[in-house]
Design a protein around this ligand. Structure first.
Ligand SMILES: [Mg+2]
Length: 385
């Protein structure tokens, strides 16, 4: 079997574009992937094009060998968007290998380690505040509206949810998007933040997992204030994307709140300082950005440190199928992410949608990832240009 061509699709998503890769072969098998950070679509798609030259004519099935060929070719532009482009191709190669073998990807790697995976409802309130017009949902105008969103997740059977800091009213102000580059956690912000989590905890009750993600919006000084202010509400983690392992260690040492990080890290080389510093309690992986080889290396590194991972997954359904295959190849998953409220045209883009019930996703058992990109549907929603 030989690779004949690699195509990419940049498709309209809710917050920013979604990227898909299709690796085509001379035996009629096409491998698909969902990958990369869509706001850098032109650059990442361009990088995929650069890698196409070294892969056309090669057998797609020795995935590790093809992965190393791409890594070696790009040694002087290591990490970042380069790794995300490599991930797009690598993930599509796994899909080909699974389809050729008639097995799910997890089975190629010794799985499944589980038959279903617990997930949390992510971006609760965040998306409804920011994108109510696209979603066709009511504007979020009060803390009671926030309560109703919590109730919606619980009624759907989820036992955990994640939110970002939002403030209802005025069309839904999002303080995090308005935070200046100074990244100050002001007194007003902290007061609203406490009100939000207090309201959510009150509505959810004591038995529901609540996660909070502040991304890279504050300095460690503000991160400490937020982490300490949330201690009474027993959140499952505070998610912080902080590029200094030492600074994050200081945050973690200052609070009883559990700290998760890793979303901005892609390879074991980048995660290593955080492991060594003892800067995190739970580790974020992102298969779509890292690729399966790197994500499993990090999960296995976490295993060495007696720690659990929590995969990032906020895009289309192929991303969920890929992530569930990853979960089914490792033994140290705390919980995974899922976005029940998303782009209205999401279901159209895929041949299969995930089976979710009671906050649990069934591990896919179809060949490859278990779903394909519907290329005709993708063509309808391409980002112009
Ligand atoms: Mg995050």
């Amino acid at each position: 079997m030989k690779i004949t061509k690699i195509d990419t699709f940049t498709v309209k998503g809710l917050a920013w574009p979604w990227l898909f890769c299709a690796v085509r072969t001379d035996e009629g098998i096409t491998g698909y992937s969902e990958f990369g950070f869509g706001r850098l679509a032109h650059g990442i798609v361009g990088l995929v094009k650069d890698f196409e030259d070294v892969l056309v004519g090669k057998d797609p099935r020795p995935v590790e060998q093809n992965y190393e060929a791409m890594r070696r070719m790009s040694e002087y532009s290591f990490g970042g968007a380069t790794q995300q482009a490599i991930a797009g191709i690598e993930l599509a190669l796994w899909d080909i290998k699974g389809k050729a073998a008639g097995m799910p990807v997890h089975e190629l790697l010794g799985g499944p380690t589980r038959s279903e995976q617990r997930v949390y409802w992510s971006h609760l309130a965040t998306y409804q505040v920011a994108f109510s017009e696209i979603l066709g949902t009511p504007a979020v105008e009060s803390w009671d509206d926030i309560r109703a969103l919590v109730r919606q997740a619980l009624d759907a059977g989820y036992t955990g949810f994640k939110t970002n800091f939002v403030t209802p009213g005025g069309g839904g102000r999002r303080p995090l998007f308005l935070t200046s580059t100074d990244k100050v956690a002001s007194r007003d912000f902290l007061a609203d933040a406490v009100t939000q989590i207090e309201t959510m905890r009150d509505e959810a009750g004591p038995d529901i997992d609540i996660m909070v993600d502040i991304n890279q919006n504050f300095r460690p000084e503000g991160q400490i204030k937020i982490a300490q202010a949330l201690e009474p509400y027993d959140i499952t983690w505070l998610e912080i994307d902080n590029l200094s392992a030492d600074a994050l260690k200081k945050v973690r040492s200052s609070t009883r709140t559990t700290i998760l990080t890793g979303e901005r890290l892609l390879t074991t080389h980048e995660y290593y300082p955080y492991f060594e510093a003892g800067a995190m309690d739970v580790i974020k992986l992102d298969l779509q950005w890292q690729g399966l080889i790197s994500a499993r290396q990090v999960a296995n590194m976490a295993y060495h440190y007696e720690m659990n991972v929590a995969p990032h997954n906020f895009n289309g359904h192929l991303s969920t199928f890929q992530t569930m295959n990853l979960c089914a190849t490792v033994n140290n998953v705390k919980i995974s992410e899922s976005d029940p409220v998303q782009t209205p045209w999401r279901d159209e883009l895929f041949t299969n949608v995930p089976e979710i019930s009671g906050g649990m996703v069934k591990i896919p058992d179809g060949p490859g990832w278990g779903t394909d990109l519907n290329e005709d549907a993708a063509a309808k929603y391409l980002v112009d240009g």
